[in-house]
Design a protein around this ligand. Sequence first.
Ligand code: ZN
Length: 192
Amino acid sequence: MAKKIRLSFDDGPKPVPALTKILKILDDNHVVADFYVNGVEMEDAAGKAGAQAIHAGHHKVENHAFHHIKLSPLPIETLREEVKKNQKIIKDTVGVLPTRLRPPYGDGMWTNPKDPELLQVAREENLTITLWQVDTEDWKVPMADKWDWVMGEVKKRATKDLNDVLMHVLETTARDLPELITRLKGEGYEFG
Ligand SMILES: [Zn+2]
């Protein structure tokens, strides 16, 4: 069975110019992806249009909290507001409620036990908390400057199931995305 990859892009929908390029590349390659968005970037017309373009491209618009902040230090009322307010603006903008929550930085999911208030709010909102298998750290160093490392991470972290490869809505990532897709296909990965 072919190994499966799922591409995910965090921190959108802005900047919209980078998003637009990413959506075009995905479309050209017949790849669907997940976009974990922050509602604070969807309050104006440009951000709303960005979210709608993601949805129109048959990609998923998922919840990355309303603001890009750590959720676990928040009192539960504020944490709930961060999640619910983002559910609402996404539903109001694209017409579909997210089913997945990726807390910014994965915060609250690295401790043992995981943050109980985060788990509770996710349960209340029928959200599955979804992290990633492969972190490209594209925000730190563009992928084109470290292909060996990126592909090494893919091979090292890959599981038998779906492998979520985390990127961000960035100009450099838009530039490097065609080569990433080519390299993943070259390694025999399929996109699921
Ligand atoms: Zn993020």
